[in-house]
Design a protein around this ligand. Sequence first.
Ligand SMILES: Nc1ncnc2c1ncn2[C@@H]1O[C@H](COP(=O)(O)OP(=O)(O)OP(=O)(O)O)[C@@H](O)[C@H]1O
Length: 412
Amino acid sequence: MLRLQVLELKGNIRVLCRVRPLLEKERTAGGEGHMPVKVTSEEALRVAAMDNKAEKDFEFDRVLAPDEGQDKLYDEVSALITSVLDGFNVAIMAYGQTGSGKTFTMEGPEGNPGVNLRALADLFKLAEERSAQFTTSFTASVLEIYNEQIYDLLVSGAQDGDKLDVKQGPDGMYVSGLKVEDVHNMGDVTSMIGRGKSNRSTFATNMNEHSSRSHLVLSVYVTCVSKMNGSTLRGKLHLIDLAGSERLSRTGAQGDRLKEAQAINKSLSALGDVIQALQQRNAHIPYRNSKLTRLLEDSLGGNSKCVMIVNVSPAVENVSETKCSLEFASRARKVELGRARANVTSGDFTSALSSSASANGGSASVTPSPAPSRPMSGRGTPAGESSMSRVASRETMNSQMRRSSGPTGILR
Ligand SMILES: Nc1ncnc2c1ncn2[C@@H]1O[C@H](COP(=O)(O)OP(=O)(O)OP(=O)(O)O)[C@@H](O)[C@H]1O
């Protein structure tokens, strides 16, 4: 019984903020000295007073300054990502206005990969490391949500987005009819992502505009079967590059463009509504209000772990959108998801996870110890916990997240 409790994680939406560098064109317009966004510590940033609005400080689980690279960002999410190998559902989503650095963060330019490729490489490596204990298999899919319709990017040619819908199955939410492919190594992954990109560009007349108006979801499904007792752990990882979060009034859209912008807004505002309902612990969480939130139902609710990376531009002209993004992300940070639980479909739960622990170098222990047992806590008030210990556990969580690089935060 004690062991089971230790293996549970209390989940919050962990929110990271990444401030991108000024672009060349922005530099000539204002220069570094005029940057209204300043990173003030590893967990805080300040947006300068502008347009009659006072300066404002924001705090997140981690704030990444413009000169912090892809490796630093990945360090912050790697422990959660690799916990899919222990049967958890994990979602990592990049939020922010167009041009704030979402695609840079998730996909990354050639030669400087972002979260997506680093995550897959990490998962393959760890699966190999624990191959004596587990048989691990990976499948993946790539989809796009555009105008509230789902497009399978692994299928070439014209598509009827109406055919794909999100359904609830025995293993959680899934998209019926979506192509899911086996992936065995990074070669498979890069070729799959390449096909996805090329299919995406065939139905986009203007790729830049299209990418900022659609949500791109790379999903990885992991099945780990224990060689010891046959227990099966199923984890799911959604890596999401969200559509640009800018407000409609700013886009100046009309006609079809306005309809499109409203559809984008619908899923982002539905995401906001879900976050608000979760934060207020409402009995009803409106997941069904958009394709995006429906798909994320089992990654945003209990039993799951979620990281939101809010990307912001430091440029003067973006300051009001920057504030909106930071306010949205601050609300997300208050959400408690409840305890994350592993998806174990058969066999003995504890021994499956124990063997996973020993596969992580044998140092992990399922003996309860206060800090590692609550790595995701800090904002909730579990019965009997003082505010001092809450602060302590948040700090523990943050430093642990930075240090930890393998599955799983809980078992290290
Ligand atoms: N951390 C970073 N370091 C260096 N350059 C960056 C960083 N983040 C973003 N950029 C650059 O800023 C520009 C905009 O970034 P990006 O295309 O990732 O934005 P986006 O939010 O994905 O926009 P869209 O919604 O249009 O897809 C790109 O030229 C990108 O290379």
